[in-house]
Structures are given as structure tokens and as C-alpha cells.
Design a protein around this ligand. Structure first.
Ligand SMILES: *[C@@H]1O[C@H](CO)[C@@H](O)[C@H](O)[C@H]1NC(C)=O
Ligand SMILES: *[C@@H]1O[C@H](CO)[C@@H](O)[C@H](O)[C@H]1NC(C)=O
Length: 436
């Protein structure tokens, strides 16, 4: 008892630095080992109190990688790699019988892996198979378990149909129960609310994001209504592509989570994730992504919350050098902001209060043309870092949180600058240091 308490204390201290306090759409998401979470095109499955996140590792030839968590924030790498298999795209987890199974796309066929334990020991099970009914090949994979615990593999077949195939109790791919033939869609995910099945799919635009769409059916084999948007079209699903919908049934409410991939230009290791809670209006059959720059969920109650304690510093009160000027700004909180921030300019916030350690700082700035230039920051005497390298939402949204290393006390200097041309039209509103 004493020894385990001691060990617990030690490991808590060792990992304190790595604890994540928020889900931050688009931001680099670090594991408890301080490595970037590398599980793209994946899904999350809950067993007992633990969540298992499986996905393809972009830095290790698309091997299936797994992470475990009890709060959806802090993810510990499982004993990766799961298997010697490579180039397995969009692996998904299922438990159609007493074994655990991973299904992923290899050479446009389904390859199954099987294990007696969920988080390790997966071995190749059988050879690659095509999809019934007509030996279809496919690209993307989704997974859904219905209330009767029957599992279904979702695929975007190469003839442009999104299919739903039953997974048999021996783990083999069974008959097709439904399909969607309403255009070129991929990246399917399915979830069920009040008896209605909601299918989310993306368009086919490679690694570039597009406005993902929702279709619904009142039974699993029923006809699909749609497409319906899930976010304003111009947002392109907040620069992400669907991979899975996670349902958290809490004691106070059920929350539905959209899990998307925020791909880099080639689906590589710089790809991040966009997870967002969804509003589901089951009367009007409407699904809407609720955008938040930072949020989290209490996995016991199902309730979602946002940063409540932030310390704000207005850009127009900071030290301004170069051509940059403070003037009126309609969309800024104080109606003043700093304009004309060209590469010769700097906006320096002094005496910024920190808690000591990694801390989220929200940069509130607007960019007119994100291809013309970009913003960088540096803290104290650390080197400059482009905001886009820490958060893919840079240039796309007015609030961009990044995690910075702050000293304890009102002793930090945060400097904001830009590179590229003034055509970027970057207007800095202020910064907010998140304390809770
Ligand atoms: C699940 O099905 C597979 C394939 O038929 C079989 O090898 C395995 O033993 C089954 N697992 C259990 C625990 O029934
Ligand atoms: C930031 O991005 C610009 C180009 O957009 C590049 O020239 C510069 O080297 C980058 N800075 C850092 C610190 O990576």
C-alpha cells in the first residue's frame, strides 16, 4: 500500500509536466511521454474506464498505433508498434467476439488483426479480403457498434459508394447491410441518436479539407436523407476530415464528439486533430459542430467546459515597434488593435503572468490572407516559433491557442511578429493566458 502510494506519487510528479488540460482543435497534441500523438484516421473505443485510441502512425509507415486514456486529455502510448504490419490506413477497433480486432485498409483491401488483449499483442488474422457483395476495393474505413452490440465496418468503396458491412461473430467481413450512393464521399463515421443513424462523410479532395456532410436514416438498412452540412461551408469542417464519432454517455448528459484529422499537405507527421462536440437536434435531424478553440469533457458527467480563467493583455497597450500601429478595429474586443504588422514590426507584451511551466496562451489575431504571411511568437529568450507549426488553426480562426513555456510570476515577455508580405493583413487584438 505504502509502496504503491509512493510509486503513484512519483509517477504523478514525473508526468505533471505532460498533463493536458484541454482538447485544442488543430494544435499539436502531446502524449504523456511528451511525444506527438501519432494515430491518424483512427477511432476511440471505451472499455471499462479506459479509452483506447487507435490510428495510423504517420511517422512510422502507417503502422497501427494505440494510446490509452481515462479522461480523453492525457494519452499514454501503448506498446507500439502493434504489429509488423505497415501501410495500414485508417485502422479501426472492434470486438465482435471474445477477441479484439483491428480492421484497416491495406492495398485497398481489408486486413484484420486479432488479439486476446485490447492494447497489445495483435497478430495478422487471415489474408486481405475485398468487400462483399462484389469484391469491392476501397479507401477509407469507419466503425460502428449498434445497441445490440453488432459491429459494422464502414468503407468508402472505390466505385464511390459508402458501404456498411456487418462484421460476423468470427471476425470475418459479412454481408452489406446498406450503402450510400449519392456522390463521391469518403471518410465515413456513423453514430446513433434517439433511434436515428447519422452518417458523416467527407468529399474526396485528397489531403485538402472540404465541407463534410451528414446523411441520416431511421434504420440501419433504411434510405439516406441528405446531404446536410455540419458546419459553415467556408470553414471546410474547420480544416479537418471526419474519422469517427464518439458518444460519451455521462451521468448528466450524453455528448457526441466529432473526431477529425487536420492533415498536413501530405498526410504526414505534421498532421493534427480537430475534435469538437456536436449539437444533435434529433427532432429536426440536424447535426452541428460546436467550434471552440479549447474545450474538455468530464467523462463521468458528459458535460463540456471551456477555459474559465484567462488573463488578457490588449495589443494596443503592448510595446509596438516598426511600422505597426494601434488603431480602431471593429472586430477587436476593446475596439482597438494593432495593424500593419510587417516583418520589421514587433508587438511586445511585458510582465505577462505565468504559473511556471507549459501553459496555453490564446493569440487573438485576424489574418486577411494566410498564404501571404504568417505570425510567429517568442517567449523570453527562447527562439521564435511560427504559430502555425503549433496549431493548424493559425490564420484560419481569430483565436489560436498554443502551449508556451512561461516562468512563474509577472516576469514573462511575449513577442509577436510576422513574416511574409503585409498583404497578409495581420491585425493583433490581444493575448489571453489561460490559467484554468
Ligand atoms: C473469435 O473468432 C476467431 C475467429 O473465428 C477465433 O479464432 C477466436 O478464438 C474467437 N475468440 C473468442 C474468444 O471466441
Ligand atoms: C516561419 O515561416 C516562414 C515562412 O512562412 C519561414 O520563412 C520561417 O523560417 C519560419 N520560421 C520559423 C521559426 O520556423
Amino acid at each position: 500500500m505504502l509502496l504503491s502510494q509512493l510509486l503513484l506519487g512519483l509517477s504523478a510528479a514525473a508526468s505533471a509536466n505532460a498533463a493536458n488540460s484541454w482538447i485544442v482543435p488543430g494544435a499539436a497534441w502531446m502524449s504523456t511521454s511528451n511525444t506527438k500523438i501519432d494515430a491518424h484516421g483512427g477511432m476511440v473505443l471505451k472499455r471499462g474506464d479506459t479509452f483506447y485510441w487507435v490510428g495510423q502512425s504517420a511517422s512510422h509507415n502507417e503502422q497501427p498505433y494505440m494510446y490509452t486514456s481515462t479522461n480523453l486529455l492525457d494519452w499514454a502510448p501503448a506498446s507500439n508498434p502493434q504489429n509488423s504490419i505497415q501501410y495500414m490506413w485508417r485502422p479501426k477497433l472492434a470486438k465482435p467476439n471474445g477477441s479484439f480486432w483491428i480492421y484497416g485498409q491495406v492495398d485497398r483491401n481489408v486486413q484484420a488483426l486479432k488479439s486476446s488483449t485490447i492494447a497489445n499483442g495483435y497478430a495478422i488474422s487471415g489474408s486481405k479480403v475485398t468487400l462483399p457483395p462484389s469484391s469491392y476495393t476501397y479507401s477509407d474505413t469507419g466503425m460502428f457498434m449498434d445497441d445490440d452490440e453488432t459491429w459494422y465496418l464502414l468503407t468508402s468503396a472505390d466505385h464511390n459508394n459508402v458501404q456498411i458491412n456487418r462484421i460476423n461473430s468470427d471476425g470475418t467481413i459479412g454481408s452489406r447491410v446498406n450503402y450510400l450512393a449519392k456522390g463521391a464521399y469518403e471518410a465515413p463515421g456513423l453514430f446513433k441518436v434517439d433511434g436515428t443513424y447519422y452518417l458523416i462523410v467527407s468529399g474526396k479532395t485528397g489531403w485538402r479539407s472540404n465541407p463534410n456532410q451528414m446523411f441520416y436514416a431511421t434504420s440501419l438498412s433504411g434510405s439516406w436523407s441528405g446531404p446536410y452540412g455540419i458546419a459553415p461551408d467556408a470553414e471546410k469542417t474547420y480544416n479537418s476530415q471526419n474519422t469517427f464519432e464518439l458518444t460519451i454517455k455521462g451521468s448528466k448528459k450524453t455528448t457526441y464528439i466529432y473526431m477529425g484529422d487536420s492533415w498536413d499537405s501530405k498526410g504526414g507527421p505534421d498532421s493534427n486533430y480537430v475534435w469538437l462536440p456536436m449539437t444533435v437536434d434529433s427532432k429536426n435531424k440536424k447535426v452541428t459542430l460546436e467550434y471552440h478553440a479549447q474545450w474538455k469533457i468530464d467523462v463521468d458527467t458528459g458535460e463540456v467546459s471551456y477555459p474559465s480563467k484567462k488573463r488578457r493583455y490588449e495589443a494596443e497597450h503592448a510595446e509596438i515597434s516598426g511600422k505597426a500601429v494601434a488603431r480602431d478595429c471593429d472586430h477587436c474586443l476593446s475596439k482597438r488593435g494593432v495593424h500593419n504588422i510587417d516583418p520589421s514590426s514587433e508587438v511586445t507584451f511585458r510582465n505577462v503572468a505565468g504559473l511556471g511551466g507549459r501553459q496555453w496562451v490564446q493569440f487573438h489575431y485576424r489574418v486577411a490572407d494566410k498564404f501571404a504571411g504568417e505570425a510567429h511568437v517568442f517567449v523570453n529568450d527562447e527562439p521564435a516559433v511560427n504559430i502555425s507549426s503549433l496549431n493548424h488553426r493559425a490564420g484560419c480562426h481569430d483565436v489560436v491557442p498554443i502551449e508556451l513555456n512561461l516562468r512563474e510570476g509577472a516576469v514573462n515577455t511575449i513577442t509577436f511578429g510576422t513574416s511574409g508580405s503585409t498583404e497578409a493583413g495581420i491585425v493583433l487584438d490581444g493575448i489571453e493566458v489561460v490559467e484554468d
